[in-house]
Every structure is written in C-alpha cells, then in structure tokens.
Design a protein around this ligand. Structure first.
Ligand code: HEM
Length: 307
C-alpha cells in the first residue's frame, strides 16, 4: 500500500515470541487440578498464558492496522480479515472432503461438507458488521486504501476454484508472490469439489460420461445433461437414508449460502459506494453483479427443473 507506516506496525515489528503450543494435559491431571483449586480456574502462570500461546492474540492484534483515524475503518478492516479466516477454514474443510471422497469415505466427506455449511453461515453473517457503512463514512477512509481490493484476495480464489468457478485471469495479480501464485496455479488445474464428487459417483457405478470425468479442470463447470440426469435420479428418493441425496443437499446448501454471501457483498457495495468505480479498477457494481451471477454446481440446480 505505499511507504506510509501502518498504525500498529510498530507493535507488529516488536519481537513477539514464537507461538509455542501449550503443554498437553490429560483427563486425570485435569481432574486432580480441579480438586486442588477447589473448582476455581488456575490464575498463576510464569509466562504467557497457555491461551495466548495457542491463539496468538498479540499477533492477531498486531495485524489490525487501520491506515486512517476514521472510526468506521477498523470495522471494515477486521470484517475483511475475519472473512479471510473463514475462506481459509472453508478451504480446509473442502480439501478434506476431497481427500475423503478419493478414499471412498462418503460419511467423512459429508461430515466436512456439513461443517462447512455452518462456517458459510457464519461467513455470511459477518456482513452484519459492515452493512451499515454509508458512502460518507466509506469516503472517509477509502482513498487511503489505494488500489487494495477484495478482487486481489487469493484465498477467495481458492474458494471459488474449489466450487468450480475457474479462470486463469484471476491468477495474474499474484505473480509478485511466487509461492501464492504457484499454489493457485496448482489449484486451477486440480479437481474442484464437484470433480471429486463425480469421480466418486462414477466409482459407485453411476453413469458419469468420460468426457465429464476427463474435462479440462481449468475452466468453469457448465451443466451437462448426463450429470443433471444423474442428480434427477438421486433426488427421486429425498430421504435421509439416501446418502447420495444427503450429499447433493449438502452441496446445494454450500452453493446457496455462498451465493447469498456474494449477493450480500453486492448489497454492501451498493450501500457504501453506489455505482462508483471500484478500487481494484473495475466498473464496480455492474462488474460485481455479473461476477456474482456465475452459478455454482449448475447440475444440481438444473436437476430441480427436471425432477
Ligand atoms: C462495503 C465494503 C466493500 C466494498 C465497497 C467493496 C467493493 C468491491 C468492489 C467495487 C469490487 C470489484 C473489484 C474492484 O474494482 O475493486 C469488489 C470485489 C471483491 N471484494 Fe469487495 N467490497 C467490500 C467489502 C468486502 C469484504 C469485507 C470482502 C471480504 C474479503 C470483500 C471481498 C471481495 C472479493 C473476494 C471481491 C472479488 C469478487 C469477484 O471476483 O467476484 N469485499 N469489492
């Protein structure tokens, strides 16, 4: 963002101790301790508390570095940072679901997908802390953000890639960070969640066409008649005992809530800056509306018309 010193950067540059894992404790020791303390929490620690060692609160706080004194800016910054953490958690859950599917462990995959649905709801709810932002307040700090834009979020791109929304162009902003760029490049060419779901269904004997199984991973998924038809069959029995229906509904929840997050983003933009151009160089609202209209898991939506 320029050579201006970021507020809080002084704290960030002070040598913070490496975050050490807390010492492990077992059930018996916890019980014995509770007897010695007569049920009250332990309050004596020679060093940083085990909580601090685990959570790294000082490191987190050092990252909250507003670039202005405007009272609205910390909410904008922290909400953005919190959303980045949700993106990371989603990525972990979905990559885990992919590994489980490859191991033919459907229950393990669905458990991760169900957890991710809860994370997505929390991600979406995070907009509540920023939706109040008015144009006057946003203008109060916007110029100081320079060209910084969520469009440059690489963790968000990982989320999109896992959901099958692929595109090489979004890699380009990250060429200056070779490790990040290489990781994204790998994810672009790798399976999306849907690719792993279809691979799993094919191994179970469902008729997934070879052209779908071998499709170019680096382009956005489009609906395919044979895949739509396959979900139509699965949805004929919408009961919890039909584990493939449960899988389909978990994926539909993900697509729906992710879509809601994108629509809330459009609303936040409309409220905070109307139709002005974006900081990242786009036309702003009109560009975002087009981007948010891209469909996640198109076959699951198309199947609903056919059932
Ligand atoms: C009211 C606050 C916000 C405004 C006014 C805003 C504005 C915009 C605009 C205008 C764009 C289009 C690209 C550009 O030209 O900059 C954009 C893209 C984006 N923003 Fe925001 N944004 C806000 C909050 C957030 C937050 C909190 C996040 C969370 C990380 C975020 C993540 C993104 C992402 C991921 C994109 C790319 C979307 C895509 O490729 O479809 N934005 N934002």
């Amino acid at each position: 963002m320029s050579t201006r010193r970021l507020r809080g950067a002084a704290a960030a540059s002070q040598a913070l101790p490496e975050t050490e894992a807390p010492r492990p404790l077992d059930e018996a020791t916890r019980a014995a301790r509770a007897r010695t303390t007569h049920g009250e929490p332990v309050v004596e620690f020679a060093e940083a508390t085990p909580y601090e060692r685990y959570v790294g609160v000082r490191q987190l706080q050092a990252l909250v570095r507003p670039v202005t004194d405007h009272p609205a800016e910390p909410s904008f910054l922290v909400v953005t940072q919190v959303m980045e953490l949700w993106f990371t958690l989603l990525r972990r859950e979905w990559e885990l679901a992919q590994r489980r599917l490859r191991d033919d462990d459907l229950d393990g995959a669905v458990a991760a997908l169900h957890r991710s649905v809860h994370h997505l709801r929390s991600l979406d709810a995070t907009w509540g802390s920023i939706l109040w932002l008015t144009p006057t307040e946003f203008n109060g700090f916007r110029d100081q953000l320079g060209e910084a834009s969520g469009f440059q979020s690489y963790e968000y791109r990982h989320v999109e890639f896992l959901l099958g929304l692929k595109g090489e162009a979004v890699l380009r902003p990250h060429r200056g960070l070779p490790a990040v760029h290489a990781d994204l490049e790998r994810a672009l060419a790798a399976n999306s969640l849907e690719d792993d779901v279809l691979g799993y269904l094919a191994r179970r004997g469902l008729p997934v066409p070879a052209e779908v199984l071998d499709r170019d991973r680096s382009v956005t998924h489009e609906a395919h008649d044979a895949v739509t038809a396959l979900w139509v069959e699965i949805y004929r029995d919408p009961r919890p005992g039909n584990e493939l229906f449960v899988l389909g509904e978990a994926l539909t929840d993900i697509a729906e809530i992710f879509g809601r997050w994108r629509q809330q983003h459009v609303t936040a933009v409309r409220r905070a800056m109307g139709a002005k151009p974006g900081s990242g160089g786009s036309s702003g609202l009109a560009w975002l509306e087009r981007s948010a209209a891209r469909v996640v898991f198109p076959d699951l939506w198309a199947a609903r018309t056919e059932v």
